[in-house]
Design a protein around this ligand. Structure first.
Ligand code: PLP
Length: 397
């Protein structure tokens, strides 16, 4: 009657969504001001002005078909070339519009590229814990096998030894995500250099390219003046999955891209497979209006400084209480250690105090909980005494 795998997927709610829904129900019962919802990564700051200005301008000046009609499946050629120009100016990327496939956000980018690359049932995709839980779904849907590199809970950096051990003759690709959800860690140029070296060595050893999929929805959400890096510079077989969900605060508008640079082995064939994969999943074209909007907003971001001050507020607030966590350098998440190591009980204890945080199990990192600080700073301030109450439950630890 129906596919049981898809049924199971539909029936199993994501822990994040379940908590978010619970928060909405609790707010109706006890008042919004008494619920401290740190569950979901929904940008809390408005999109930059260029977004609204361009929406208004396009609606007034353009013919409906030019903003609401279909574009070619890989996207509006003018938009793709405009994004390429921006990448060339910013990163000396040496790309053209033909290297870009516009998508409905990073989720679509990942689902499409994985379906395009995974050719055989034994193809393995390596993910580095902690990782975005939807990778499991996209890899499974593409017929691949997920191989997890255990987390480095000291710094939440990439474990080169773990990665070297995980790569086999079946490895098709490695996914990285920097700045990282859920740890907030950012990989340095040195780390990416070592990663490139390792992947070149392993590709040579096994006689086929191991692709690097760089999942970059938080590329510009980075602090302390750290540089925004262009990952293909460190390893040529890199495909970028980008999204405007976070940088422009547009998660509901569903717009992003896949970038397959010419330097990637079999670049044109892979790009063609991306087109086929998108087609097979029914992605006819990314939303036309928002393709045009992001074109006008290249190089702009929402006010990331607000996340930065939230970061300091929550990090110092929680560590002053006694909680342990690594200081995040990017994205808008803090990954806090459960005082007694049991993250699910920690989440339940927090929930009783109306603090909603997400256990790290789904991210491949038990023992930690994710706190999304893309929230109203006032909520963070009001939550700190309640976090203190939560910490006191663990005074015996
Ligand atoms: N990858 C990571 C690491 C994410 O955190 C998210 C969203 O939170 C996505 C991909 C999906 O983003 P999008 O909204 O662009 O589909």
């Amino acid at each position: 009657m129906y596919d049981t795998t898809m049924y199971a997927l539909g029936a199993k709610r994501s822990a994040i969504r379940a908590l978010f829904d619970y928060g909405q129900e609790q707010a109706a019962k006890v008042g919004k001001e008494n619920v401290f919802d740190f569950s979901i990564g929904n940008p809390s700051i408005p999109a930059p002005n260029c977004v609204q200005d361009e929406i208004v301008r396009l609606a007034r000046e353009e013919a409906p078909a030019a903003i609401h009609g279909y574009t070619p499946a890989p996207g509006d050629p003018v938009v793709r070339q405009g994004v390429a120009d921006y990448m060339n100016q910013t990163f000396q990327a040496n790309v053209t519009g033909n290297n870009f496939y516009m998508t409905c956000g990073a989720s679509a980018s990942l689902a499409i590229i994985l379906r395009a690359l995974i050719a055989e049932n034994e193809d393995e995709i390596i993910v580095n814990a902690p990782f975005f839980p939807e990778y499991r779904v996209f890899i499974q849907n593409a017929g691949g096998r997920l191989v997890m590199v255990p987390p480095d809970t000291e710094q939440f950096q990439l474990s080169m030894t773990g990665l070297a051990e995980a790569i086999t003759s079946h490895t098709k690709a490695v996914i990285i995500n920097t700045p990282n959800n859920p740890s907030g860690s950012v990989y340095s140029a040195d780390t990416l250099m070592k990663l490139g070296e390792l992947l070149r060595c392993k590709s040579a050893e096994f006689g086929h390219p191991i692709f690097l999929i760089s999942d970059e929805p938080y590329r510009e959400v980075i602090y302390d003046g750290l540089p925004v890096l262009y990952v293909p510079e460190f390893y040529k077989n890199t495909v970028i999955c980008y999204s405007y969900s976070k940088s422009l605060s547009l998660p509901g508008e569903r717009v992003g891209y896949i970038l397959v640079p010419n330097e990637v082995d079999g670049s044109r064939e892979i790009f063609t497979a991306v087109c086929g994969s998108g087609r097979s999943m029914g992605f006819v074209c990314a939303p036309h209006l928002f393709q045009k909007v992001i074109l006008a907003c290249q190089g702009k971001t929402a006010n990331i400084g607000i996340y930065d001050s939230n970061r300091k507020l929550i990090y110092h607030g929680l560590t002053d209480i006694g909680f342990q966590c690594v200081y995040p350098s990017g994205a808008f998440y803090l990954f806090v250690k459960a005082p007694d190591g049991d993250a699910n009980q920690f989440m339940e204890n927090a929930k009783k105090l109306n603090i909603l945080i997400v256990p790290g199990d789904e991210f491949g990192c038990p023992g930690y909980c994710r706190i999304s600080y893309c929230v109203d700073p006032d909520m963070i301030r009001r939550s700190l005494p309640v976090f203190k109450q939560l910490y006191e439950l663990y005074s015996h630890v």
